[in-house]
Ligand binder design. Structure first.
Ligand code: SAH
Ligand code: SF4
Ligand code: F3S
Length: 489
């Protein structure tokens, strides 16, 4: 395979999680009078939220359209994670502005993390925004759109301690009909110093596990074969029928009082039991919280995929401390060793890495590279540090690494990852992998693509196989990002 193809693969793979990708509405016409166009940026949780928003709007008289010029309401579900993510949205808003000049009755709404971060400022600065709604206020959307149509100010950025949208059935957008996401919790209590999420998403809360199992069962009954359970820190999932309040649970636990709690390992097991034919994935695991109990549960169920996204961020303990990640390099390595011991070499592991965090020295940057050598990540999402207003790091530390140094360090991390990814993929050559087919390969109609348990993309000739089937593929070629092979049964 040529280097060019490898490069494209890496970009493809990155933009999949990628906190800066776009997903747009689908076309659905059930004869409703009004049309909604929704465009989503950011993480998978934001995409999952767009499916909740669509459900709420559908109940209130809207069909979806994939052509924003024909929409009555245009929503941008936005991301604030890095400066670039916000810049992309601003450019897009300018574009919508131009269209709105010829169609003044169109309502434009900003949802998600940027709405939460900038609040009224968005209405004042960007004159074209009519509605601003934060992640916990989506039930209010129909009312707010109506207010905006009447020329009133329409803002709700209230953050809730309870809202999980547990009772809302998401309308699946951009779905391949095989894989789907299920939000199991919202918010984040971790306060990593670089991160804006605790400010834009509010306090962590876990969703009723029975509503999660029901959603998984409904998906399976509708032909889906894989669900990914989503949360910023899935390992701290905790729910009690007595009272669903994290602070209350923690107080009880401190006092040593017995409370019946469903933790993440319990939840995984409940979802895995929906059907052995339904694959279960999850994201994101926090290195400080991932337990051996979770790893043993993964081992016990064939249908829980052997893949863990375990963001390290840095390989140096001093930098990790400044980042407020609350683990050290040694702790992280201990968790990786536990994964290898319990689940073996085949378990896929991926990471997020930040290059050039405040005061990071060359030696400390080298430790990120040596951690990568130790763990041998299958792939990573790699970024350079982008200071976010209001975060702990922005308040406490100078953003003192020059941009060219950040970029150079990032490039070294990317180069290292390419080498390791290829090395890891070569270990898969000559082996048979169980693959769930997700659809036609992006490269050719004649090829299908799916993923193995370790979350690696596998491409093979179409034959008589169909989307949603499980097939055994003998892998005979690879790039740094993709495995190629042939079905053997
Ligand atoms: N909850 C997940 C991460 C969610 S944000 C976790 O704790 O791992 C996704 C990734 O974006 C982070 O893992 C981090 O690598 C990156 N990121 C977050 N804030 C950033 C910032 N200010 N600059 C650069 N990258 C950032
Ligand atoms: Fe951000 Fe840290 Fe929470 Fe992840 S765990 S969302 S990086 S604060
Ligand atoms: Fe972005 Fe908000 Fe997700 S900041 S990464 S959309 S939680």
């Amino acid at each position: 395979m040529s280097n060019i193809i490898q490069d494209i693969d890496i970009i493809d793979r990155n933009s999949e999680s990628a906190m800066e990708t776009v997903k747009t509405s689908k076309e659905e016409n059930t004869g409703k009078t009004k049309k909604l166009y929704i465009e989503s940026y950011g993480c998978q949780m934001n995409f999952a939220d767009s499916e909740i928003v669509t459900s709420i709007m559908k109940e209130n008289g809207y069909d979806t359209t994939s052509d924003f010029e024909s929409a009555d309401v245009v929503f941008l579900n936005t991301c604030s994670i890095r400066e670039k993510a916000e810049q992309t949205v601003r450019n897009r808003l300018n574009h919508f502005n131009a269209v709105k000049k010829t169609k003044p009755e169109m309502t434009i709404g900003v949802l998600g993390c940027m709405a939460e971060r900038l609040k009224e400022k968005l209405l004042e600065e960007e004159k074209i925004v009519d509605v601003v709604v934060g992640p916990d206020a989506y039930r209010d959307l129909p009312k707010l759109v109506e207010s905006a149509e009447d020329g009133l100010k329409a803002v709700n950025t209230f953050l809730s301690r309870e809202e999980t949208y547990a009772d809302i059935s998401p309308v699946r957008l951009n779905s391949n009909g095989v894989t789907a996401f299920i939000s199991i919790m919202r918010g984040c209590d971790n306060m990593c110093s670089f991160c804006v999420v605790p400010f834009t998403r509010g306090r962590e809360r876990s969703r009723d596990p029975f509503s999660i199992v029901k959603e998984a069962q409904d998906l399976f009954d509708n032909g889906y074969k894989e669900v990914t359970l989503l949360g910023q820190n899935v390992d701290s999932y905790k729910w009690s029928a007595d009272e669903n309040n994290k602070a209350w649970l923690e107080r009880k636990e401190k006092k040593g009082e017995e409370v019946e709690v469903i933790n993440f390992a319990n939840l995984l097991e409940m979802v895995a039991n929906v059907s052995p034919e339904l694959r279960v994935r999850f994201s994101t695991s926090h290195p400080k919280d991932i337990t051996d109990e979770v790893l043993h549960t993964m081992k016990k169920y064939e249908n829980i995929c052997k893949y863990i996204h375990l963001p390290a961020q840095s390989g140096n303990s001093r930098v990790l401390d400044l980042m407020n990640r609350t683990y050290t390099r040694e702790w992280y390595i201990n968790r990786v060793d536990a994964i290898r011991e319990i689940l073996g070499e085949e378990c896929g592991i991926s990471s997020d890495m930040i290059a050039g965090f405040c005061t990071e020295t060359e030696e400390e940057h080298q430790e990120t590279l040596t951690l990568m050598d130790y763990v041998k990540y299958d792939f990573s999402y790699m970024f350079f540090y982008s200071e976010r207003p209001g975060t702990l790091a922005a308040k406490k530390y100078a953003d003192d690494i020059p941009l060219d140094v950040k970029k150079r360090r990032l490039q070294e991390i990317i180069n290292k990852q390419q080498i390791i990814s290829l090395e890891r993929n070569k270990l898969d050559l000559g082996k048979v992998h169980k693959v769930l087919i997700e659809g036609t390969s992006k490269r050719s109609e004649e090829q299908l693509q799916g993923r193995n348990t370790a979350n690696k993309v596998v491409i093979f000739p179409r034959g008589n196989h169909q989307k949603g089937d499980y097939v055994n593929v003998l892998v005979n070629d690879c790039t740094a990002a993709t495995l190629f092979g042939e079905v053997v049964d």
